[in-house]
Design a protein around this ligand. Structure first.
Ligand SMILES: C=CC1=C(C)c2cc3[nH]c(cc4nc(cc5[nH]c(cc1n2)c(C)c5CCC(=O)O)C(CCC(=O)O)=C4C)c(C)c3C=C
Ligand SMILES: [Fe+2]
Ligand SMILES: [Fe+2]
Length: 349
């Protein structure tokens, strides 16, 4: 074993930083923590676009009294030993990304952050810049752009910038809904699932998180990007029309949401006596409450009760090898032109 090389100066810290951002989870699967999380999340005007004077009485008078208890019980059913799946996988993705970029010869400091809850986006930016980052890539883990997610991350980034004198240069990875490396990662994931299960299912349902229909009419590209991802995945898997479909899940409140809903699709596929239904949630970079509980547990029950056979949930890309390659490829492409070369070591003569 060699000891540390004390004759050469310490390596210069990376001048480039990457912040991997996702939505966020409560700190614990308990009503109190869920309430704190939902209060922050559902007060974001990018998420609920109802004038505060109308919305706040409903949020504080009804939703934050009723929902935390119910949601906490659901969180308990999916919680991992290390914590919330969304956070556990995001942290692992950041760790692998740090290693993978280093292996590709890129000196990049990587941190991860949650838009709601902890660690916050401000904390992540603070950590990167205080460690020397002069350039920061804000990497949205969301494959499809939506104002409720990506624009909201930018609101948090600009809130932080507003308070800074010396600002880093900022770049944003906004979406990758049709990137060939993303479609390829999904294809590999579906094929690996079919191999594990020993058969292709009768139908592949691609379920994306829902949004109010109104946001589509106002010009949010989210719906079209979800459809584009689904078409690209079906084509790459060589699926015939009728062998796949799209649904939008997690409806919230009384307004009209994007259609068809995942629930409608599960009922129709169940009533059609589909024996094996594969379900993938391509919009989630990591598994979370919305996939593990709402689809793999509740969705399976809905499908079965309607007359269907087995619902086989295909895990999100999470911390798989495919995910690691995908994230590193996307990051590398978006870091081009920035000073990522490893700092020279000035060996004493
Ligand atoms: C008006 C309400 C909501 C909108 C709009 C919305 C958009 C949206 N959400 C995600 C991704 C995730 N959402 C998650 C949980 C979650 N979402 C809502 C409501 C809206 N989402 C609620 C109230 C919750 C909390 C859980 C509950 O009480 O039901 C999660 C999972 C978080 C976790 O901790 O596991 C994700 C991820 C997207 C991508 C999106 C718009 C495209
Ligand atoms: Fe959501
Ligand atoms: Fe849900």
């Amino acid at each position: 074993m060699q000891g540390p090389d004390l004759t050469s100066p310490p390596a210069r810290p990376p001048r480039v930083g990457l912040l991997l951002c996702n939505l966020g989870s409560p700190d614990a699967p308990e009503p109190q923590a869920v309430r704190r999380y939902l209060a922050e999340f559902l007060a974001d005007p990018r998420v609920v676009e109802i004038p505060p004077l109308l919305w706040w009485p409903i949020l504080h008078g009804i939703i934050l009294r009723v929902r935390p208890g119910k949601s906490a019980a659901k969180y308990q059913s999916i919680w991992m030993a290390e914590g919330s799946p969304l956070k556990v996988y995001t942290e692992r993705q950041a760790k692998y990304l740090r290693g993978a970029l280093g292996e590709r010869g890129l000196a990049v400091n990587v941190e991860w952050a949650m838009r709601y809850g902890n660690p916050s986006i401000a904390e992540g930016l603070e950590r990167l810049t205080s460690a020397g980052a002069e350039h920061v890539l804000v990497f949205n883990a969301y494959p499809q752009y939506c104002a409720a997610t990506c624009a909201s991350v930018m609101d948090a980034v600009t809130d932080w910038l507003r308070k800074r004198r010396a600002q880093p240069e900022i770049r944003v990875l906004q979406s990758y809904f049709d990137h060939p490396a993303y479609i390829q990662a999904l294809v590999s994931s579906v094929r690996a699932h079919w191999q594990r299960e020993g058969s292709t299912g009768q139908h592949l349902l691609m379920s994306f998180h829902g949004m109010p229909e109104r946001t589509r009419q106002l010009g949010d590209p989210y719906h079209d990007q979800c459809q584009a991802t689904a078409r690209a995945l079906a084509a790459a898997l060589d699926l015939q029309d009728g062998a796949w479909s799209v649904g939008f899940q997690s409806r919230f409140g009384p307004a009209k949401w994007l259609e068809p809903s995942t629930e409608q699709r599960l009922l129709a596929l169940g009533q059609a006596r589909t024996a094996t239904l594969d379900v993938i949630c391509p919009g989630f970079a990591s598994d979370c409450l919305e996939t593990l509980e709402e689809i793999a547990m509740e969705g399976a029950e809905t499908f079965h009760a309607a007359g269907g056979g087995t619902l086989r949930y295909i895990p999100a890309l999470n911390d798989s090898g495919e995910s690691q390659r995908l994230l590193a490829t996307l990051a590398q492409q978006h870091l081009q032109g920035w000073p990522t070369s490893l700092p020279p070591r000035n060996h004493p003569a």
